[in-house]
Design a protein around this ligand. Sequence first.
Ligand code: ZN
Length: 124
Amino acid sequence: MQIRKSFSFEAAHVLPHHPGKCARLHGHSYRLEVALEGPLQPAGPAAGMVQDFDVIAAAVRGTVLAELDHRSLNDLMENPTAEQIALWIWNRLALELPQLVELVLWETRTSRVVLRAGDPLTRA
Ligand SMILES: [Zn+2]
């Protein structure tokens, strides 16, 4: 079974190689969705669940939002495209959430990146 949880954060960036307006400092309200897949846990605090939504929230807040929210993304990566941000998030989150199978990052209402387990760009 698959479960999904959504998050949002605000951040600024500059795309240094972009020929247009994205080369100027600006910000986005990013939306992040993470998908976990697995069997229902047979026992323990997450019995009957793939994973406790609170566990997902704690992992995303601690490893992603604490680093990205209200930050300049260029402090963390040289060329913070939506694709590079998604990879940055994946590489941190996959260590915390081994059942992670998909990550969707919206940069705007109409533009988003989808990164899935097995993509050659992921380390996991
Ligand atoms: Zn932008």
